[in-house]
Ligand binder design. Structure first.
Ligand SMILES: [Zn+2]
Length: 406
């Protein structure tokens, strides 16, 4: 029953909601012009920890002595308290060991990026990648070691990497530029000391998209431009598809009315080419739903001007339908939507423009849009760019009270 267009929506949605988590981490905000030159990004933060990876030459290992390795695939493994870099081919007993150290710093050579193979994915990284040993307790409280990878990368390469991960191939340059400005806002808010990760907790980042030279050009073109309100970089909220109208942050996140005055609700019919423009219909078996939310039908008790539910009425935990007086509580609809995604999969309701009804032994959920609906609508930005709009016009549409500071 899940609409096929919503496949991979999990990643999509996580990306869209990422900035919500991200921006809440930093209380003191730098002025508009402060921008880090370099960013440290912890790689593979959402992946299973590993004790070995492959790196591809030509590369340089920077340390007390610098080692240069030619073309080839090299195995980097964790052994005891040290990392060992050795040839990935050859007899097991006679593999050549190039380096043994507790920490290694790699960079690609001859104007090429450093390629790293981790699990099934191979990604390219600009700057350097520092590999060290991380120790943490596992679920059984046993101390385990694994590899820790941090990409020390120039700001422009990082911005381009995030834009490539956020927008699909074929996105017009002006839409990519608008996205780049929002990534700038994120960096301007964190400052130079921030250590980010490559998950949606901060922003999706998969290194250098070597097949997307356009995103690098966009990042270079906008430079350090940020969107500002009251001389401070704005909270750079964005989402995949609003499906008609964006929402005010204070409504969706149940905040004080004076919060985020620049995150207003604006009309948007530019996102009609999005796979999330049409509604998706999904079902959850009622017993599974009831085990999480209680054995009664949820009810939308308040909507905003875009039609997004703001509040829902739910049973309190432990309530069952054979109890005459079901205890109900009003909860933020955004929290309900997030919990649906976390418990039953993000494909069930890709957007928070949703409604539901009970059909037999199922809860049927109808959803439109992709993401939380606040800030920039990415498919809308791409639609505006297709109509010839410039990135500053796109940003002005979605953030009408914010000013572009170049
Ligand atoms: Zn839209």
């Amino acid at each position: 029953m899940i609409d096929t267009t919503s496949l991979n929506a999990g990643l999509e949605i996580l990306i869209r909601v990422s900035v919500v988590v991200f921006v809440s981490l930093f209380a003191s905000i730098a002025p508009c012009k402060a921008m880090p030159c370099y960013v440290d990004v912890t790689l593979g933060a959402s992946q299973k920890p590993v004790s070995e990876i492959f790196v591809f030459g030509p590369l340089q290992i920077c340390g007390k002595t610098t080692i240069t390795l030619n073309d080839g695939r090299y195995l980097l493994q964790l052994r005891g308290n040290a990392l060992r870099l050795l040839a990935s081919t050859g007899d097991k007993q006679q593999k050549r060991v190039y380096c043994v150290a507790p920490k290694m710093e790699f960079r690609g050579l001859r104007n090429s990026y450093l390629k790293i193979e981790r699990g099934r994915s191979i990604r390219a990284y600009a700057g350097t990648v520092i590999v060290s040993i991380s120790r943490a307790n596992d679920s059984d409280n046993l101390l385990v070691s694994h590899l820790m990878l941090v990409n020390h990368v120039g700001k422009a390469d990082y911005v381009a990497g995030v834009c490539a991960a956020e927008l699909p191939k074929g996105a017009r340059l002006e839409a990519v530029k608008a996205q780049a400005v929002l990534v700038n806002c994120m960096l301007a808010r964190t400052g130079a000391l921030a250590v980010l990760n490559d998950t949606t907790q901060n922003a999706a980042y998969m290194g250098v998209a070597t097949d997307r030279p356009d995103v690098r050009l966009a990042a270079q073109t906008v430079g350090d431009a940020t969107l500002c309100f009251a001389e401070k970089p704005i909270h750079p909220y964005f989402h995949s598809t609003c499906a008609g109208r964006t929402s005010r942050a204070c409504d969706i996140f149940q905040l004080d009315r004076r919060s985020y005055p620049y995150l207003q609700s604006v009309e948007c019919h530019f996102c009609q080419k999005s796979p999330f423009w049409k509604h998706t219909v999904s079902v959850i078996p009622w017993p599974q739903y009831a085990a999480v939310f209680g054995d009664c039908l949820p009810a939308v008790s308040k909507k905003d001007e875009a039609g997004r539910p703001i509040e829902v009425s739910l049973c309190t935990a432990g309530s069952v339908s054979n109890t005459r007086n079901l205890d109900r509580t009003i909860q933020p609809a955004y929290d309900f939507w997030m919990k649906i995604g976390q418990k039953f999969g993000w494909n069930v309701a890709p957007g928070n423009l949703f409604s539901f009804q009970r059909k037999g032994n199922y809860l049927e959920i109808e959803s439109r849009g992709g993401g939380h609906g606040v800030g920039l609508c990415q498919w809308g930005a791409m639609g505006m760019a297709e109509q010839g709009k410039k990135y500053d016009e796109i940003l002005r549409h979605y953030f009408p009270l914010a000013k572009l500071s170049k």
